[in-house]
Design a protein around this ligand. Structure first.
Ligand SMILES: Nc1ncnc2c1ncn2[C@@H]1O[C@H](COP(=O)(O)OP(=O)(O)OP(=O)(O)O)[C@@H](O)[C@H]1O
Ligand SMILES: [Mg+2]
Length: 299
């Protein structure tokens, strides 16, 4: 990435406290137009809190937030959306019984007039929805069909197409592929790539290194509210990323549990997997940073 450009979005040293819970602690990250930045980290690492801060749901407790180079202070998700930051949550906020085109336009419906009355312009909405979805390679036969008849992957795709149509500059996706099968996840990843090709900056949260690696340009790794750093693809091999995301402790615990069930075959397979992953040791600076976070948490 051309680091001389101004990031479309940047946070510097931001923290977010919920009472005594420190969900984010001095996190810095940036996003450029036309890139996919993957946000990785264990459960509870602070990924959702970070993107909710970016999308106007939370206000940071401290730190700077810049959008297109200027400090911003969003009061609501609507403010962030108006600035061009669209967020697609995993539980999507779509209405299953309403049509695809209704869901596509929700809150911004085209209208037609009949005398003094305004009506939802169904034909126009259907036409635009079908066309916009077609641009993303989604073939909807009938935009009037309820969105509930679409698969999870197709629904995610409608949400992405909607954000693109309404001019999002930044698209934030919180685990869009976690509930999807391999094929559907592939479809969603393709739309993410298309959004990037249109110059949108995408922040993509996932637990799955096999989804993150092919699509990501850069990777920011969170650990218990802090960042382990941001890496470009050339700085982080696929194996390193898998290793980093499948924390050694967890594998040990899993191995222990499998032993209790006397499942020798599973234990052996697990071991072989771990052995393979251990062929690629982590970067010394990452190991050190991770140890620093562990140490700081012990105080
Ligand atoms: N509204 C809240 N009030 C209190 N604590 C919160 C709140 N939101 C998040 N937290 C805490 O902040 C920490 C980070 O949570 P967050 O949801 O950001 O993690 P995450 O990385 O998205 O995890 P996951 O992968 O499980 O979705 C957790 O310890 C969580 O319990
Ligand atoms: Mg989360």
């Amino acid at each position: 990435m051309a680091e001389q450009r101004t990031p479309i979005l940047e946070v510097r040293d931001i923290s977010k406290h919920f009472g005594t819970v420190i969900a984010l602690n001095g996190v810095s990250m940036s996003l450029y137009a036309g890139e996919v930045m993957c946000l990785l980290g264990d459960n509870g690492a602070g990924k959702s809190t970070l993107i909710k801060t970016l999308s106007g749901v939370h206000k940071p407790s401290s730190g700077e937030y810049l959008f297109e180079g200027r400090p911003v202070d969003f009061d609501s998700p609507r403010d962030a959306l108006d600035a061009g930051i669209a967020t697609v949550y995993q539980d999507l906020a779509m209405i299953p019984l309403m049509s695809i085109s209704r869901n596509f336009f929700m809150g911004s419906e085209p209208t037609t007039r009949l005398g003094p009355m305004k009506f939802f312009d169904v034909n126009k909405a259907n036409h635009i929805a079908r066309e916009e979805l077609a641009k993303m390679g989604i073939d909807v036969r009938d935009p009037d069909q309820p969105v509930g008849t679409l698969s999870g992957g197709e629904r995610q795709s409608v949400a992405i197409a909607r954000a693109v149509y309404f001019g999002a500059k930044v698209l934030i996706l919180d685990e869009p592929t976690s509930a999807l099968g391999v094929k559907q996840a592939g479809t969603v990843l393709r739309y993410v790539a298309q959004a990037r090709a249109r110059g949108i900056g995408v922040i993509f949260i996932t637990h799955n290194p096999h989804h993150a690696y092919p699509i990501g340009n850069r990777f920011t790794i969170l650990k218990r509210g802090r960042t382990l750093g941001t890496f470009t693809k050339t700085e982080l091999s696929r194996e390193e990323m898998i290793h980093m995301m499948s924390g050694g402790d967890e594998l040990e615990r899993l191995e222990h549990e499998l032993r209790e069930f006397e499942d020798d075959q599973a234990v052996n397979e697990l071991r072989e997997g771990v052995h393979e992953e251990n062929q690629t040791p982590l970067k010394p600076e990452v190991i050190q940073r991770s140890a620093e976070i562990d140490e700081a948490d012990e105080i």
